[in-house]
Design a protein around this ligand. Structure first.
Ligand code: FES
Length: 129
Protein backbone atom coordinates (compact mmCIF):
# COMPACT_ATOMS: atom_id res chain seq x y z
CA UNK A 1 0.00 0.00 0.00
CA UNK A 2 2.78 2.45 0.93
CA UNK A 3 4.60 1.71 -2.33
CA UNK A 4 1.54 2.95 -4.20
CA UNK A 5 0.31 5.70 -1.88
CA UNK A 6 3.52 7.65 -1.20
CA UNK A 7 4.58 8.21 -4.85
CA UNK A 8 0.95 8.95 -5.73
CA UNK A 9 0.79 11.74 -3.14
CA UNK A 10 3.94 13.32 -4.57
CA UNK A 11 2.67 12.93 -8.13
CA UNK A 12 -0.58 14.63 -7.10
CA UNK A 13 1.43 17.66 -5.99
CA UNK A 14 1.80 17.10 -2.27
CA UNK A 15 5.25 18.54 -1.35
CA UNK A 16 7.66 15.72 -0.53
CA UNK A 17 8.47 17.42 2.78
CA UNK A 18 4.81 16.95 3.77
CA UNK A 19 4.72 13.24 2.92
CA UNK A 20 5.57 11.23 6.01
CA UNK A 21 5.56 7.49 6.29
CA UNK A 22 7.11 4.69 8.26
CA UNK A 23 8.86 1.71 6.76
CA UNK A 24 8.87 -1.48 8.76
CA UNK A 25 11.74 -3.57 7.50
CA UNK A 26 13.76 -2.58 4.45
CA UNK A 27 12.52 0.64 2.93
CA UNK A 28 10.64 -0.12 -0.23
CA UNK A 29 8.93 3.18 -0.90
CA UNK A 30 10.44 4.91 -3.92
CA UNK A 31 9.94 8.64 -4.25
CA UNK A 32 10.23 10.45 -7.57
CA UNK A 33 13.70 11.79 -8.39
CA UNK A 34 13.89 15.42 -7.28
CA UNK A 35 15.29 18.07 -9.56
CA UNK A 36 18.90 18.01 -8.43
CA UNK A 37 20.08 20.29 -11.18
CA UNK A 38 22.02 17.37 -12.60
CA UNK A 39 21.57 16.86 -16.31
CA UNK A 40 20.14 13.67 -17.73
CA UNK A 41 22.33 14.11 -20.79
CA UNK A 42 24.76 11.18 -20.92
CA UNK A 43 28.22 12.20 -19.78
CA UNK A 44 26.98 15.52 -18.40
CA UNK A 45 26.01 15.96 -14.78
CA UNK A 46 27.12 12.48 -13.82
CA UNK A 47 29.29 13.14 -10.80
CA UNK A 48 31.96 10.80 -9.60
CA UNK A 49 31.37 9.13 -6.26
CA UNK A 50 34.50 8.12 -4.42
CA UNK A 51 34.14 5.64 -1.57
CA UNK A 52 37.42 6.33 0.21
CA UNK A 53 37.75 3.28 2.49
CA UNK A 54 36.76 0.92 -0.30
CA UNK A 55 39.02 2.66 -2.79
CA UNK A 56 36.25 2.74 -5.38
CA UNK A 57 35.51 5.67 -7.67
CA UNK A 58 32.31 5.25 -9.64
CA UNK A 59 30.17 7.40 -11.88
CA UNK A 60 26.69 8.21 -10.58
CA UNK A 61 24.28 7.26 -13.35
CA UNK A 62 21.15 8.55 -11.67
CA UNK A 63 19.41 5.18 -11.69
CA UNK A 64 19.78 4.45 -7.97
CA UNK A 65 17.55 5.87 -5.29
CA UNK A 66 20.42 6.63 -2.93
CA UNK A 67 24.16 6.48 -2.42
CA UNK A 68 23.55 3.41 -0.26
CA UNK A 69 21.77 1.57 -3.06
CA UNK A 70 24.40 2.77 -5.54
CA UNK A 71 27.27 1.57 -3.36
CA UNK A 72 25.64 -1.79 -2.64
CA UNK A 73 24.99 -2.37 -6.33
CA UNK A 74 28.72 -1.89 -6.91
CA UNK A 75 29.82 -4.09 -4.02
CA UNK A 76 30.79 -1.32 -1.60
CA UNK A 77 30.21 -2.34 2.02
CA UNK A 78 28.04 0.23 3.79
CA UNK A 79 26.35 -0.02 7.17
CA UNK A 80 22.58 0.31 7.08
CA UNK A 81 19.54 -0.10 9.26
CA UNK A 82 16.21 1.56 8.52
CA UNK A 83 17.21 2.69 5.01
CA UNK A 84 14.92 5.67 5.39
CA UNK A 85 16.96 8.36 7.18
CA UNK A 86 15.71 7.58 10.67
CA UNK A 87 18.22 5.44 12.58
CA UNK A 88 21.61 6.92 11.66
CA UNK A 89 23.21 3.50 11.12
CA UNK A 90 24.48 4.50 7.69
CA UNK A 91 25.85 7.89 8.76
CA UNK A 92 29.17 8.38 6.99
CA UNK A 93 31.68 11.14 6.83
CA UNK A 94 31.23 13.31 3.74
CA UNK A 95 34.85 14.14 2.99
CA UNK A 96 34.10 16.38 0.02
CA UNK A 97 31.25 17.45 -2.19
CA UNK A 98 27.58 17.95 -1.55
CA UNK A 99 24.62 15.64 -1.29
CA UNK A 100 20.91 16.28 -1.55
CA UNK A 101 18.10 14.55 0.27
CA UNK A 102 14.82 13.43 -1.21
CA UNK A 103 13.13 14.11 2.10
CA UNK A 104 14.48 15.70 5.23
CA UNK A 105 16.00 12.86 7.30
CA UNK A 106 14.64 12.39 10.80
CA UNK A 107 18.10 11.58 12.14
CA UNK A 108 20.24 14.55 13.22
CA UNK A 109 23.27 14.37 10.96
CA UNK A 110 26.64 15.30 12.41
CA UNK A 111 28.37 18.20 10.67
CA UNK A 112 30.50 16.90 7.80
CA UNK A 113 28.52 13.68 7.55
CA UNK A 114 25.70 12.37 5.38
CA UNK A 115 23.10 9.62 5.38
CA UNK A 116 23.79 7.53 2.26
CA UNK A 117 20.45 5.70 2.55
CA UNK A 118 18.54 8.85 1.59
CA UNK A 119 21.27 10.95 -0.07
CA UNK A 120 22.16 11.49 -3.67
CA UNK A 121 25.26 13.28 -4.94
CA UNK A 122 24.75 16.96 -5.69
CA UNK A 123 28.32 17.18 -7.01
CA UNK A 124 31.35 14.92 -7.12
CA UNK A 125 31.53 13.46 -3.64
CA UNK A 126 33.95 11.52 -1.47
CA UNK A 127 32.33 9.43 1.24
CA UNK A 128 34.10 7.51 3.99
CA UNK A 129 32.85 4.03 3.14
S1 FES B 1 20.08 3.33 7.40
FE1 FES B 1 18.99 4.37 8.96
S2 FES B 1 19.49 6.44 8.59
FE2 FES B 1 20.43 5.40 6.95
Amino acid sequence: MMQELVPALVNWGVPQADVRFEAFGPATVQLPMPNTGLSSVPGVGRPEVHFRRSGRTLTWEGRDESLLEFGERHGVALEAGCRSGCCGACESRLISGQVSYVTQPDHNILPGHCLPCVARPGSAVTVEA
